[in-house]
Design a binder for this molecule. Structure first.
Ligand code: FES
Length: 111
């Protein structure tokens, strides 16, 4: 079972930017890659650090604490010290709104 959660307007996440939202007290990072919106866990899979403090570089996100990069299509950790991928969440844009398709119950996060 999944649930649809409206988390933001598309106009709140301009191309090339990111925005942290909270769902059930879980941080979820929205990234707009030239119009392609991605959603992933907002806390690094290496240690507790908020990823909206990081940097977007091409199709990857660099964590600002230890500089691991993550693939924004798959969540894969591209550099150490992070080893676990970021959990990615299905996202659709409808009527200018960003909607996540999340499982019922706890939101999966890799840590
Ligand atoms: S906390 Fe992100 S790479 Fe260490």
């Amino acid at each position: 079972m999944t649930r649809r959660v409206d988390v933001a307007g598309l106009d709140e996440v301009a191309p090339g930017t990111m925005k942290m939202v909270q769902v059930d007290a879980t941080g979820i990072l929205l990234v707009n890659l030239a119009g392609r919106v991605r959603a992933m866990q907002g806390i690094c899979s290496h240690e507790y650090f908020e990823l909206d403090m990081g940097f977007l570089t091409g199709d990857s996100l660099t964590c600002a604490l230890h500089l691991s990069r993550f693939d924004l299509d798959t969540g894969e950790a591209l550099d150490p010290p992070a080893e676990l991928p970021l959990a990615m969440y299905p996202v659709v844009v409808e009527g200018g709104r960003i909607i996540l398709e999340l499982p019922e119950g706890p939101i999966p996060v890799n840590e």
